[in-house]
Design a protein around this ligand. Structure first.
Ligand code: GNR
Ligand code: NI
Length: 162
């Protein structure tokens, strides 16, 4: 395993769309192992391949407190969402920045594992935010594009803030 450098905002690659993985080979496994090590070293809860300069639809994440819920998502797609949450987000590619986004409260994702088998994962709270954040990276979208900047939008779902 080895760590890789994390691409920072300003680099055009972060705005490009990543391509699907077609070959589940040693090169993919090396990328996954390196992304895992890079994410844990950087104390991130997730990492998309584009953040290490690779335009492929590959994500690693671990949203647990004790770093015990490691997941690999290849060619992930959101299949279902429930509810809403307005919470803080940050990004390893935008150091020092954070902001509130509107995301679903619950997200179901289908993705392939490192052997190419399709699996379904469910995330709530931070994990749901992270699923959305990482899949956005694969399409060249940053959390700042979805940031809620107007306080009236943050208030709540009853419409009092609209
Ligand atoms: O480390 C990260 N924290 C985080 C917090 C809230 C919602 C999403 C994230 S992902 C981010 C790591 C990162 O930049 N992944 O692309
Ligand atoms: Ni990010």
């Amino acid at each position: 395993m080895a760590t890789r450098n994390i691409v920072k905002v300003g680099d055009d690659i972060l705005r490009k769309k990543s391509r699907p993985v077609e070959k589940f080979d040693k090169r993919l496994w090396q990328l996954l192992d390196d992304m895992k090590e890079t994410m844990y070293l950087a104390n991130g809860v997730g990492l998309a391949a584009v953040q290490v300069g690779v335009l492929r639809r590959v994500v690693v994440l671990d949203c647990s407190q004790d770093r015990s819920d490691y997941l690999e998502l290849i060619n992930p797609e959101i299949i279902d969402t429930e509810g809403e949450q307005r919470e803080q987000e940050g990004c390893l590619s935008l150091p020092g920045e954070c902001g509130i986004t509107l995301r679903p409260a619950v997200v179901r994702v289908k993705a392939q594992d490192r052997d190419g088998n399709w699996c379904v994962y469910k995330g709530e709270g931070l994990k749901a935010r992270c699923f959305c954040h990482e899949i956005d990276h694969l399409d060249g979208i940053l959390f700042t594009d979805r940031e809620i900047k107007d306080v009236s939008e943050i208030q709540n779902e009853t419409g009092s803030g609209q």
